[in-house]
Design a protein around this ligand. Structure first.
Ligand code: GLU
Length: 432
């Protein structure tokens, strides 16, 4: 089984979505189940409603899962496994106060060395701990040997026991830490491959150590994805608006285009424009670049235009708030100068909005209006142009400028000859 394990602690980041897409694709390719696990054990960081948002987004992107679990539902497993480790002396109760630990961390910082737990509480027995009747956290004892694993992209990874350290697995309020809950649940759901961001790379040996301590022998495969960078070469953060999936959708990027772009990013694909379904046919996780890819919004805009162009005309019209297939066709012509649904909608809405005629062409506009209405049955633009120009006596700029303004509401836009055959059908709605 593969899984996507988001935390309901903020807006979904494109990095998370990329992780979801890859896990979904590989699950499909391997014919394995795909689990959505909402990692909600850190109650203080959870944000109300973010779980629902994740579920809705996955639906929008057609990323279907076989099962959903809220990690907090497994609390008793987490607590029981912590107890087992305590009883087997593989973990210990730690009474060190926050202040004490802070002091040690400060000291390590001053001495320019990495902080490591002092080992102070390591020998407190479980009986002693329970007798003290004080709150304590549970720490797993650091491993005795190097922990190693094979990463699909990074190759062999090795971690020293001291770097893994004796870390907290259960908080004083008896809730599991991220590493503990994650390691237990991956075990419980028989996860075979974990694809996630490389920011979790240092968590992996901890999770392997937890599983080994519990006697789990199955080797899980790992693939840690390079972090997506912004144009300045920095990790994409909340400050980069395009890092938020919600923002991209609001701006009018199609889910199909976002998926296409995120699969293309830092990858070698047989083609540039494709669907998720097609990607399942040829996607090869091993081919992903080991280097961090740079997010390029212009490339995403290009891909978005391609996907809008592939859309059914009627569906496109609906997304823009219209019913007619022709509006979809018209919008596709406007793709020459717009890349998102939002931009297209602005253009199309302008055509149907109240006209602001330039003072300079007021008189010409009035004359043209009646002729446009009169000859709107002429399908061919050249013929229409010839007759209206002849009859109105207007030529050149004094003909074309007011004509464009009357027909489109803008001074600039695609060639009138291209859009006229469609606009013609809506003349009464356009010229009021
Ligand atoms: N909740 C973690 C995250 O959102 C999950 C990481 C993992 O896949 O294990 O980053």
């Amino acid at each position: 089984m593969l899984r996507f394990a988001p935390s309901p602690t903020g807006d979904m980041h494109i990095g998370n979505l990329r992780v979801a897409i890859f896990n979904y694709i590989v699950a499909k390719q391997r014919n394995e189940k795909f689990l959505l696990r909402i990692e909600d054990t850190d109650k203080e960081r959870n944000i109300e409603g973010k779980d629902k948002e994740i579920i809705e987004l996955l639906k929008k992107f057609h990323i279907e899962y076989d099962n959903i679990v809220y990690q907090s539902q497994n609390l008793s497993f987490h607590q029981n496994f912590a107890k087992k480790l305590l009883e087997e002396k593989k973990a210990f109760a730690c009474f060190c106060t926050k202040e004490e630990l802070e002091k040690e961390k400060e000291k390590a910082k001053k001495e320019k060395r990495a902080y490591r737990y002092s080992g102070k509480c390591e020998n407190i027995t479980l009986d002693e701990a329970l007798k003290r009747d004080e709150p304590f956290v549970v720490r797993i004892k650091k491993p005795k040997e190097i922990v190693e694993f094979e990463d699909i992209l990074k190759g062999k990874m090795k971690f020293e026991p001291n770097d893994i350290d004796s870390f907290v697995i259960l908080r004083a309020n008896e809730t599991p830490t991220y590493n503990f809950a994650c390691a237990i649940d991956d075990m419980l759901y028989d996860i075979s491959l974990i694809i996630r961001g490389e920011d979790h790379l240092s968590n992996t040996p901890k999770q392997i150590h937890i599983q080994k301590s519990l006697g789990y022998t199955k080797k899980i495969e790992y693939c840690h994805l390079p972090i997506i960078l912004n144009q300045d070469g920095k990790k994409m953060s909340k400050r980069d608006r395009a890092s938020s999936v919600k923002w991209l959708l609001k701006e009018g990027f199609l889910p199909e285009a976002i998926i296409n772009y995120l699969i293309l990013l830092g990858n070698k694909t047989p083609k540039e424009i494709f669907t998720l379904k097609e990607a399942i046919e040829w996607f090869d996780i091993k081919k992903l670049s080991k280097n961090s890819p740079k997010f390029d919004i212009d490339k995403l805009r290009f891909i978005n235009r391609a996907h809008i162009n592939l859309m059914d005309d009627k569906n496109l019209a609906t997304l823009l708030g219209f019913n007619e297939e022709d509006i979809g066709k018209l919008a596709k012509i406007y793709l020459e100068e717009a890349s998102t649904l939002k931009e297209l909608k602005e253009k199309i809405d302008k055509i149907f909005a109240k006209r602001e005629i330039l003072e300079e062409f007021k008189k010409e506009s009035e004359i043209l209006k009646s002729f446009i209405l009169k000859y709107r049955d002429i399908e061919d633009f050249n013929e229409f142009k010839k007759i209206v120009s002849n009859k109105s006596g207007l030529k050149g700029k004094r003909f074309f400028k007011p004509l464009r303004l009357l027909l489109t509401g803008s001074e600039h836009g695609p060639e009138i000859s291209k859009i006229y055959p469609i606009l013609r059908k809506y003349i009464k709605r356009i010229i009021k």
